[in-house]
Design a protein around this ligand. Structure first.
Ligand code: GDP
Length: 193
């Protein structure tokens, strides 16, 4: 049923059609409605949806990214609404080399909850996981509740990469995923030396 569901949503189409040097799994994490699904659909299919659906289940999408002379298939997992019920299990994090930890710059509570998400990431994720902190909805700066410097200082404190993004206006989305994949590639190539 899950496979059928993914095909229906067009998420698995063209997933296995070409040769890649590496396959990296990464997860999207953060409170409900911060824009995780839209960041993923923007990155994977260049789409944005005004009325997002709270689906239940796990969704993932693939996209190939070139880093230097290597072709990397990024497999990005989305909670697909499970975070509403705090039902994210360890299998969601298993094998993930990277995480995009997202908050909404217009909702302070989503920033305050980051500590909880970081705790969970560190409990279930691998110790050298690359974590990129994203302050999403940067297009809504008139409703901003979290300053850029708040994101920056948390990132510095916790040793994370940081960027503000807009899935809606396609600002920094490509850069965020690319930064994560490039960092993962650096770490895994150092390990294999
Ligand atoms: P998720 O629950 O974290 O996956 O969040 P969604 O991707 O479903 O987005 C929640 C809501 O925020 C939807 O109504 C989206 O249209 C909206 N949204 C997502 N990203 C942005 C953004 O960058 N800017 C604006 N203005 N709205 C956004």
């Amino acid at each position: 049923f899950l496979i059928l569901h993914l095909f229906q949503r067009g998420i698995m189409a063209n997933s296995f059609d070409d040769e890649c040097d590496y396959l990296f799994k990464a997860v999207l994490i953060g409170d409900s409605a911060v824009g995780k699904s839209n960041l993923l659909s923007r990155f994977a299919r260049d789409e944005f949806h005004l009325d997002s659906k709270p689906t239940i289940g796990v969704e993932f999408a693939y996209r190939n990214i070139r880093v230097g002379d290597k072709l990397i298939k990024a497999q990005i997992w989305d909670t697909a609404g499970q975070e509403r019920f705090r039902a994210i299990t360890s299998s969601y994090y298993r094998g993930a080399l990277g995480a995009l930890l997202v908050y909404d710059i217009t909702r302070k509570a989503t920033f305050e909850n980051l500590k909880k998400w970081l705790h969970e990431l560190r409990e279930f994720g691998s110790s050298d996981m690359v974590i990129v902190l994203l302050g999403n909805k940067s297009d809504l700066c008139q409703s901003r509740q979290v300053g850029v410097e708040d994101g920056q200082s948390l990132a510095q404190l916790e040793g994370l990469c940081f960027m503000e993004t807009s899935a809606k206006e396609n600002v920094n989305v490509e850069e965020a995923f690319l930064q994560m994949v490039t960092k993962i590639h650096e770490i895994t190539s150092q390990k294999s030396l």
